[in-house]
Design a protein around this ligand. Structure first.
Ligand code: FES
Length: 136
């Protein structure tokens, strides 16, 4: 019997898709009702997720799509001006926004599936309903 999503959570990706300190799973959300991107990655065994939005300037941080970690795979580093974030907490520990933090998204991993929890600020993208008649 397939595992059901925890209350209020939405499926994100398979847990196996997130290698330890590997590339992130980037996903679309609405932040304050505007399209934005978020990411989830595995660090020290746990899945964490944040908005892809630097605390210094509200811009995306990845070096290449889904690549957020430094060469040694120890910290999230913003590709714009090098802010350094602690992956497990999202706290900026060095750089132009030291002391600030990334916007965290609650996630849970259950039975091999990762789920995320929308919040008042961060909502799922709602696609227009596609009519079944519109398929070729
Ligand atoms: S925008 Fe990220 S460090 Fe400046």
């Amino acid at each position: 019997m397939p595992e059901t999503a925890p209350d209020g959570a939405l499926p994100l990706c398979a847990g196996a898709d997130l290698a330890e300190a590997g590339p992130a799973h980037v996903f679309d959300v609405l932040l304050w009702r505007r399209p934005a991107r978020a990411f989830a990655l595995r660090f020290e065994g746990r899945v964490v997720a944040y908005m892809n939005r630097c605390a210094h300037v509200p811009t995306e941080m990845d070096w290449r799509p889904g690549e957020f970690l430094d060469d040694e795979r120890r910290f999230i580093v913003c590709s714009m001006h090098g802010a350094v974030y602690e992956p497990t907490t999202g706290h900026c520990i060095a750089g132009p926004c030291a002391g600030q933090r990334l916007m965290r998204i609650a996630v849970v991993e259950r039975a091999g599936q990762v789920y995320w929890y929308p919040s008042a600020d961060i909502r799922p993208v709602e696609f227009d309903a596609i009519s079944p008649d519109s398929t070729p």
